[in-house]
Design a protein around this ligand. Sequence first.
Ligand code: CP3
Length: 314
Amino acid sequence: MNDLLLRAFKCEIVPRPPIWLHRQAGRFLPQYRAIRANHSFRTLVGTPSLAAQITKLPIDLLGMDAAILFSDILVIAEVFGFTFDFSDGKGIRLKEPEQEIRRDVHEAVSYVSETIKLLKKELKVPLIGFCGGPYTVSTYMNRTSPEWLEKITEATIDYLRMQIEAGIDAVQIFDSWAGKLEPLDFQTLSLPYLKKIVDAIKLTGIPITLFGRGFTRYVKELVSLEPTALAFDWEKEMSDLRREVPAHIAIQGNLNPEILQGPLEALQEKTQSILNSMKGERGFIFNLGHGVIPETPVENVRWLVDYLQGLPFN
Ligand code: CP3
């Protein structure tokens, strides 16, 4: 297996930084759009053979160093009886249940386990499982109270344990909107719940990465949780972040997805500048600072992956 990502998590010396991209399994790929034309998003997520096929698309076509499970952070809301879907032009729709329920994770979202088991038979790169941060999930559910944050946290821990039992190699928590909170709110609405999840999952020995837009503002607080890695957006230079984050914690990022859209010269210049500034550093995983924009030319992504993989780094 290509173990570059797992070695970067351990902050070992590696021949080059591993690369994968947020939302690599998604709409920028014509092959995804072709499958999506015939099925709802919920059907794709909930059908293991289709979800596994989409997870593998970017790996087979472009050769990233890790796969991320094709699913969504809102899947967990199904445990509480919410239903979700995305229809073209309408964005996210999360529908409230008529009465409050709490289903067992294994029963409610077993399709995620099935997808992971299918993928583990075939993949030759690590498979990243994921969940949303309780704060971010709670905003989509319209339930941002301490009581609900607690319930979502408990369900999320069960959910990640289920993914780990099924065979994933690493976990990323997307608390996408938490870094935008004011400091006091971040301390009360996001951090304590992230801590509970990190503490529970670290016991399993599976690497755990925390991602959020605006996390560059809360490096000290996030480091105090002792995750395996922190994933940042482009609000600070990666090399400055490397100095701020202790050497045993890996860092991931941080190309602006708008730059990936092109022009190619600008993409080349920025990529080279990030890589030059990180030359010789340990614990660096190349990624975007947020998801691939659907209109991004596939050729730009191909250039990026090929460039990283042809690199004499250290
Ligand atoms: O490739 C991957 O990264 C794996 C799959 C993945 C998806 N969503 C697929 C998806 C992952 C890791 C996510 C995470 C996710 N989902 C986040 C956190 C990361 C981030 O982007 O901030 C959030 C906030 C969501 C919730 C969500 N899902 C939104 C807001 C939307 C609609 C807006 C959008 O970007 O489309 C989705 C839909 C979604 N999730 C799609 C995909 C491929 C598009 C669905 C379609 O085909 O119509």
